[in-house]
Structures are given as C-alpha cells and as structure tokens.
Design a protein around this ligand. Structure first.
Ligand code: IPM
Ligand code: MG
Length: 371
C-alpha cells in the first residue's frame, strides 16, 4: 500500500477497551507482516471522555475523527454516568459523532455462522444460513428532529415531545445505499415504515418507490409496516435480504435481528457517509453495547468488533482478501468450538477474551502459512 491509512480507535466505555484491544492486536499482526499498515491513533468518547474532559465528545477528538480514513469504535455508556444531565450522557457523544461525520447509512448485517445456528433462540431450521443486511438511516428521523424537549405546562403537568422528520434527499441518499447493496446481493429490497399512521413515512414510502423506478428498476422493491416486520423477523427471517428503514425502526429491528444470530455479541456494523474526493467518511462499531456488568472481567466477546474491522477492510479500503482472511479466521475458531460466555453452548470450550485473542492470532498465522 502507498501512504499509510489513518485509523482512529475510540474504545469508549465498559467492554469497549477490551474488544478494541483484541482488534488492535490483529491490526498489529497485519502490520508486522507488511500486509497493511495503518497509522493508529486513539481517542476518548462517551463516559471516558466525560471523565477526562467534561464532555462525551471533545471537538478535538471529533476533528481527528473527521481527518481519519476510518474510525473504529468500541461502545459507550454505563451506570456510572446514568445520572448525568441529558447533554452530557455518553450516548450523546455517539450520536454527535454520527451526525457530525455525516454517517447517514448504518449497515447492520445479521449473519448466522453455521457453528452458531443452534445458539439462536429460534429453531435452527428457521435461522441456519440466515444472511440479512439492515440499512438503518442514522442521522435523521426522530433521533434528531426538532422541536424536541420536555416542557413544563405549569399545572403540575409536563409535556415531552420529539419530532419525526425526513426530507426527500435524506430518504433518497440512504435509499440509494440500500438499493446498491440489494443489487449486489439478491436483487430484493424491503423498505420498512409505518405509512398507515405516520405521514413522514408516507413520504418515505413514496420516495423509495420513486427512487426504485427511476434508478433501480432491476431491484425488486417491497414495503412492510414495522409491526409486521418485527413479527416476520421472528416468524420467518429468511424471507428478508436487504432491509432499509428509518433511524428508530432500524435501532429496534437490528437488535431483534441480532438475536436471531445467537448473540448480540456477534454483530458488527458500518456507518457510512457520502463519498467525495476519494474519501468515504466511515465509522465501524460492534452493535452490542458497553456491557458494564462484565466489563474488565476478560469475558467480552471480541468477534463483533473484529468483524467490524473486516467490514472496514471491505468498505473503506477495498481489501477483500484481507477481510476474507479475518472472516475465515472467525468462522474457523467458532467451528473449532471456542466460545466466549455469551455464546457458550454445551460441549464447547468456554474461553476468556484474551484466550480468544490468542487463538485469533494463532489461526491467522495458520491460515496465512497455508495460503
Ligand atoms: C445503537 C444504540 C444507540 C442508538 C444508542 C447507544 C444511542 O442503541 O447503536 O443501536 O440508539 O443508536
Ligand atoms: Mg440500538
């Protein structure tokens, strides 16, 4: 590779530093072998940033994130910061970095590894071979709409309010990402809304339909109401391939889809902005949260973060072979029976985060030696 790519690591809170630490070892492994080298930099986000700087995301860290070629984030939040005022909460740091970096498309694949099909809470035959891609709009909708707040009505009553809003261009740009993905996969896209109740998603449905007709006539577009989609996801998940939906529906449905795979600890994500001048704003993070109950106990599952790194290799750097190597490593480890506590099954070997990390490095050595 030519000039080193700049990578910003934001471990965050809870198990964030542990899972990022494992991926850091993998990056160093690649680096040592001269396959890829990154300039790695580290910063604070969430509660860790609040403790150090009094804010969940400092301007300085945000600037570094904007300059990086890609950002890898661990997780934010924990009970320690539960009582902070709203604007200082760890989650605000995450929402701010997504918004400020313009990361409007959140890709959340839910893939069932053959070795884990039995770990799902659904029947094995319903989930084996499952491979869904949820595209969640990430910088708009009710998460960011104005007005918002809690007001005093003066009569002992208070009123809380948020606004669900989408513009044509906000819908179309995330729609394009989803249609492109669908085109590369099965050629089918399901757009999820609540157009029977919410005007904003009537517009969503109309714009998705128009976009499909105008630019993606080869992709088969269907629509589903979100309540039905939630039901279908647990009834017959394999009917879905690519899903596109609003910020909040995507938040909810992606947790549901995650569970289909056997563990939230297995789900990676990519958040992408608009490519311009050869640059793609991008941030990668595991979907699981900071899991404060197991933080610091060497129990966390590092595989969602590692898969997020593999998505980075694919989407930000077009390094398909290296991404394949990482993915194969993960599949082999699972097939060999290694399990962190969250995906432990009878007859398998329960291992700590650090034992899993050692095994990852050994498997990388093995696979690359036999390549
Ligand atoms: C997620 C999380 C975040 C979200 C929280 C932590 C702000 O649930 O990434 O799904 O709601 O987007
Ligand atoms: Mg969520």
């Amino acid at each position: 590779m030519s000039a080193n790519k700049k990578l910003l690591l934001l471990p965050g809170d809870g198990i964030g530093p542990e899972v990022i630490g494992v991926t850091r070892r993998v990056i160093e492994w690649f680096d040592k072998r001269g396959v890829l080298s990154f300039d790695m930099d580290e910063g604070l986000i969430g509660g860790a940033s609040y403790d150090a700087h009094g804010t969940p995301l400092s301007d300085e860290t945000l600037d570094r994130a904007k300059l990086a070629d890609a950002v890898l984030l661990g997780a934010v939040g924990g009970p320690k910061w539960d009582d902070l005022e709203f604007s200082k909460k760890p989650e605000r740091g995450l929402l701010k970095i997504r918004k400020e970096m313009g990361l409007f498309a959140n890709l959340r694949p839910a893939v069932v590894f053959p070795a884990l099909a039995e770990a799902s809470s659904l029947k094995t035959e319903l989930v084996s071979g499952l491979d869904i891609m949820i595209v969640r709009e990430l910088t708009g909708g009710i998460y960011f709409g104005e007005p918002r707040g809690i007001e005093d009505l003066g009569n002992g009553e208070r009123r809380g309010f948020n606004t669900l809003t989408y513009t044509t261009s906000e819908i179309r740009r995330v729609g394009r990402v989803a249609f492109e993905l669908a085109r590369k996969r099965s050629g089918k896209l399901c757009s999820i809304d609540k157009a029977n109740v919410l005007e904003c998603t009537v517009l969503w449905r109309e714009e998705m339909t128009k976009l499909g007709k105008e630019e993606f006539p080869d992709v088969e577009l269907s629509h589903m109401y979100v309540d039905n989609a939630a039901m279908q996801l647990v009834r017959a998940p394999k009917q879905f391939d690519v899903i596109v939906t609003t910020n909040m529906f995507g938040d909810i449905l992606s947790d549901c889809a995650a569970m289909l795979t056997g563990s939230l600890g297995m789900l990676p994500s990519a958040s992408l902005g608009a490519a311009s001048g050869g640059r793609l704003p991008s941030l990668y993070e595991p979907v699981h949260g900071s899991a404060p109950d197991i933080a610091g106990k060497d129990m966390a599952n590092p595989l969602a973060t590692l898969q997020s790194f593999s998505m980075m290799l694919r989407y930000s750097f077009d390094l398909q072979d290296q991404a394949d190597l990482v993915d194969r490593t993960i599949a082999n480890l699972l097939a060999s029976g290694l399990r962190t506590a969250d995906i432990m099954q009878e007859g398998k070997a329960k291992v700590s985060t650090s034992v899993m990390a050692d095994a990852i490095i050994r498997e990388l050595d093995k696979l690359s030696a036999s390549a």
